[in-house]
Design a protein around this ligand. Structure first.
Ligand code: HEC
Ligand code: HEC
Ligand code: HEC
Length: 281
């Protein structure tokens, strides 16, 4: 009796401990800052080019060039790249006035003076200081800006008449695809090979319908679509062969390979960012 009591209390102690740590984990909140709407002006489709992003790429290149040329004491190039840098760095606040507070504009005159005075050894330390302003803003906003302004969104997307002759919401077609794949899986597990075989054609038609919508965005370059849809065009016939042979193990493997190469691959590219974007709608 005494022994049992000890076991019970220690079990209770273990339980309450694990509940505590779970509460601590689920209670963790992550705070993300949403970039100002005005940033959209510097991205497609509001702009013809991804102006903001290209300004960022230039800033990084300009810092590298100034560091390298100051180390080598090459004055004309240093002057050229520092002028470009100053212009681009100031343009951050011209594009998004709310973000002026991030900038160390006073450090720009230090930079200009150091360049003018050929004070090569102080260039790199000044740039290091300025780079802190890059980091501060990136810590707060970079990831969300990439998501919001550069990741295509699929929620509310409608796929126009395709193979089936009917419009369908993206979500609904996804559920149909998932049901088809699962029904084939169940039939294989239960040894209904010809039933599984008959389910391949409808799955192909659903995929055909889906791929008719890729061109909405992938107009010039067919490679991304080919990479995914090409996989299904070769894997589904291979699955059919295994089903013909009533080979349960190999059929299951083929279906798994199909799900990874066709469904999961596209999900990692398009579904994850699209789902994350829902948070900001
Ligand atoms: C006030 C905010 C802000 C400041 C200051 C800023 N950036 Fe950025 N930067 C961003 C945002 C937002 C993105 C995300 C853009 C995107 O992904 O489309 C970004 C992205 C970048 C990228 C692209 C990274 C990648 O590989 O995708 C580079 C490079 C970059 N910044 C360099 C710099 C440098 C260098 C500085 C400082 C001299 C700087 N940035 C200052 C906001 C800022
Ligand atoms: C709403 C617009 C949109 C739709 C619809 C869309 N994509 Fe994309 N996709 C993009 C964008 C933007 C990128 C990234 C830029 C790029 O590389 O083209 C991308 C990138 C990709 C990539 C990675 C790039 C590569 O070269 O491998 C693959 C693969 C891809 N898409 C497949 C598909 C498939 C398959 C479909 C249709 C079933 C599809 N996409 C539908 C916008 C879209
Ligand atoms: C464009 C490439 C792409 C391909 C290929 C693709 N999916 Fe999706 N899938 C998505 C996107 C994007 C979403 C999120 C849709 C949204 O936000 O409404 C999604 C969502 C889903 C969902 C969740 C739907 C919901 O409403 O809960 C399921 C299930 C799904 N896909 C199954 C599949 C299966 C199974 C396959 C392969 C036979 C597949 N998908 C192939 C892009 C793709």
């Amino acid at each position: 009796m005494f022994r049992l009591l000890i076991i019970l209390t220690s079990a209770a102690a273990v339980m309450s401990l694990s509940t505590l740590s779970m509460a601590a984990e689920t209670g963790r909140t992550i705070t993300l800052k949403k970039p100002p709407e005005i940033l959209a002006k510097w991205y497609k489709p509001a702009n013809k080019r991804q102006v903001w992003l290209h300004t960022m790429f230039r800033l990084r290149r300009e810092i590298l060039a100034m560091n390298d040329y100051s180390a080598k004491g090459q004055q004309p190039e240093l002057e050229k790249w520092s002028q470009k840098f100053i212009k681009d760095y100031k343009s951050i606040a011209e594009m998004v006035p709310q973000w002026e507070e991030f900038l160390y504009l006073d450090k720009l005159s230090d930079l200009e003076n150091a360049v003018k005075n050929r004070d090569y050894s102080s260039i790199s330390p000044i740039l290091k200081k300025i780079s802190k302003s890059c980091m501060h803003c990136h810590d707060d906003y970079q990831t969300l800006a990439t998501l919001m302004f550069r990741s295509p969104k699929f929620n509310n997307k409608i796929i126009s008449e395709g193979f089936s002759g009917e419009k369908i919401a993206y979500d609904d077609l996804m559920i149909e695809l998932s049901n088809s794949v699962n029904r084939i899986n169940i039939a294989i597990k239960d040894g209904y090979y010809s039933a599984a075989s008959e389910l391949i054609e409808p799955l192909e038609q659903q995929l055909e319908h889906l791929s008719s919508s890729c061109g909405d965005c992938h107009q010039e370059d067919e490679v991304p679509v080919e990479r995914i849809m090409g996989a299904s065009n070769s894997l589904l016939p291979e699955l059919a062969e295994q089903l013909e042979l009533k080979d349960q193990k190999q059929s299951g493997r083929k279906l798994g390979e199909f799900a990874v190469k066709v469904c999961a691959k596209c999900h990692s590219i398009h579904r994850l960012p699209s789902d994350l974007n829902l948070i900001f709608d």
